[in-house]
Design a protein around this ligand. Sequence first.
Ligand code: FAD
Length: 427
Amino acid sequence: AVSIFWFRRDLRLEDNIGLFHALKSNFPVIPLFIFDEAILDSLPKEDARVAFIHESLSKINSQLNEIGSSILIKKGKTVVVWKELISEFDIKEVFFNKDYEPFAINRDEAICQLLETNKSISYSFKDQVIFEEKEITKADGLPYTVYTPYKNKWLEKFQTMTPLREYDTSELFSNFYKSNFSFPSLEQIGFEKSTIRVKPFSLDNLKNYQETRDFPAVDSTSYLSPHLRFGTVSIRKMVNFAAKTNQVFLSELIWREFFMQILYHFPKVVTQNFKSDYDGIQWRNNEEDFKRWCAGNTGYPMVDAGMRQLNETGYMHNRVRMVVASFLCKHLLIQWQWGEAYFAEKLLDYDLSANVGNWQWAAGTGCDAAPYFRVFNPDIQLKKFDEKGIYIRKWIPEFDLGYGEPMVDHAMARDRAVATYKAGILK
Ligand code: FAD
């Protein structure tokens, strides 16, 4: 008889709540990861995120090997894999950490039902966030749709609760099932190494965060996003650090939870405007314009540098993400869903809730969004945040040789955007 701990967005042994509880169960614990074909089939062979997952699992496996255990890696359709597992092992209990995306919620419900028919008990835990969707609500129990009151309530709850503890799993390691499961290579999973790699995160970068986090040429943000996305670092550790040292940084971690709870309560935001009044906007959706934006050939250096950084590294600085997103939706009048999908394909930190939330913020269609008449001027953004052109020269080496004409005139595009939004908003 065994217990299974199912890794998903929590690829670490340390301070992992679901794993902690699994190791306290009455049965030896098999750690499991499933490469889900429903997700993998749509990805390019050299997808850097799959390589990062593989690398993170390999680290976990090496740690487990030291204590005579190993991780069980499976590939296939999740339900099919679970059916196989049920026939292979006498599974008494299954533990996993909750995932709040609509696809994951449905998947987990299906697996729990399957386990129930097998008389296996499943347990799920909050691990990915400090507060779940139903823990921070307005007095009437409804979800917040504006960030600042959400943040205030979040902070109030955080300050009055018992300090966040970290879960020491190492003392329970002897409860892992003794095994020597073979660990597949990336190629055996059907993928190849990528030239793009996830950077290690750095909390040392945050010393002047308040002053410099908006300047893309300065290394002054944490690079935590892919690590939080795949759970290679614990959010409790990061929040404890932020609460002690840096309130601005803490408020960014709260934005992450804000968008997660929006996605949970309003799953339609994945494809539709949060504000349905904006459904009447007549987007231009010009495919040639979209291609130029994707390639970083708009003639606006700040936009082009950002898109090239994204294409080459799978990362883009937050300030620049705001500029390129505003440019796509407002200057080019291309609906945010196109940009969101492109980011989803390229970003190493791609996270459905943050991506959709921020894209809708930029488009003005989101819950707590930039007003539609606010149209970033990409050249003013450049002067303010990269005055010496260090960032743009890094990504546009030909810059000094004279840069191409902007693909649209800013003043014309701004007026056109404001007029199109005004005409399209149904009120
Ligand atoms: P830091 O400044 O060090 O921030 C620390 C952490 O706080 C981040 O790792 C992230 O988890 C969280 N955070 C910071 N800003 C935001 C924000 N605006 N919304 C939600 N969480 C935030 N972030 C993603 O993680 N995944 C995405 O798919 C994503 N898509 C975006 C799309 C657009 C159009 C925009 C404008 C922003 C998007 N962001 C996304 C938010 C933000 O740009 C990144 O989280 C940040 O740039 C990551 O770098 P960092 O870890 O060094 O940030």
